[in-house]
Design a protein around this ligand. Structure first.
Ligand SMILES: [Zn+2]
Length: 309
């Protein structure tokens, strides 16, 4: 490893240099994209660090000084090259714009307080500053990713994992509706039309579960209302908030689940759906799943269900 390193990369930024070496080595090199996203460089002489695009100062300089960076002669220049440059002309295409000039002044002020040691080696460390562990990697990468609150509501609901997974497929638009199968080029049927109604509409998630006249009858039967103008995630969240039922999420998921099962019966068994069949299935499925609720919630769920006949 060291032989390869010193042979090819002395005073060169490895990830900015042309790929050299065996196929195996080139494969390893390509991992640097991931490595650099989770690493920062404690600056030594700056020979292994891209001035503009690596994390070695407080933040990535091309993002901090975008106007100035747009004048850079070499996007891949190392910190060492920039620090040792004789004049501005070798770093930037001149003249600079007024805004770039302002950014240059800010950059110069920032560089003055940064440690730079020509004699020292660069040290690359994980961005979180400590030893690498997969757990730290995970929390670093996903710390800024906030999922929509409806996902939490679905996973926390008292439905069986199978129903939750079905709901998750809907939320991430991965349910195998005809429209989805066509998008994935898996549609073995010629048409992509909804079979629950005769509107001639394409069978999308929105149509099948909300716009379709059959779905609307189902929702009306249990007095659930949706704001169709909202995106699906927000639509569910809004309905959860406005509806007072403590088991709203469970009931909504089961309702959609039973709708999907009737749809599958029609597609695969040619069995005709009906509102009364859906309602009967919905009620018995709710009763079955309500066993997973605490006693007081379960009894209010049962009372609510009993009102529909
Ligand atoms: Zn339809």
């Amino acid at each position: 490893m060291q032989i390869v390193w010193y042979k090819y990369y002395t005073s060169k930024v490895p990830h900015a240099a042309r790929e050299i070496g065996s196929f195996w080595w080139k494969d390893v090199l390509r991992l640097n994209t991931i490595f650099r996203q989770i690493s920062r460089c404690e600056l030594g002489n700056g020979s292994s660090v891209c001035f503009w695009d690596d994390l070695w100062a407080d933040s990535i300089l091309s993002q901090m000084y975008p106007r100035l960076a747009s004048f850079a002669r070499n996007d891949d220049a190392s910190v060492m090259e920039i620090m040792q440059a004789e004049d501005l002309d070798s770093i930037f295409f001149l003249p600079l714009s007024q805004q770039a000039l302002q950014e240059l002044e800010d950059l110069q002020a920032q560089l003055q307080v940064l440690p730079y040691n020509e004699e020292a080696k660069d040290i690359w460390v994980p961005a979180w500053g400590a030893r690498y562990t997969s757990r730290r990697f995970y929390s670093h990468v996903f710390s800024n990713m906030e999922s929509h609150p409806i996902f939490k509501a679905v996973w926390k609901s008292r439905c069986t994992p199978r129903v939750k997974f079905f709901a998750w497929l809907i939320l991430v638009d991965r349910l195998n509706t005809k429209s989805m199968l066509r998008r994935r080029h898996l549609n073995i049927l010629d048409d992509t039309l909804c079979i629950m109604c005769d509107s001639g509409a394409e069978e999308t998630i929105d149509h099948l579960f909300f716009e379709c006249s059959f779905a609307q009858e189902c929702w009306a039967a249990i007095h659930f209302e949706w704001d169709d103008l909202l995106q699906l995630n927000d639509r569910l969240t809004q309905a959860r908030t406005t509806n007072n039922l403590p088991f709203f999420t469970e009931a909504a998921l089961i309702a959609a689940w039973e709708l999907w099962k009737l749809r599958n019966d029609k597609v695969f068994q040619r069995r005709n759906p009906s509102l009364s069949l859906w309602l009967a299935n919905f009620k018995s499925q709710c009763l079955l799943q309500s066993i997973r609720c605490k006693e007081d919630l379960r009894s209010s769920f049962c009372v609510w269900l009993a009102a529909f006949s």
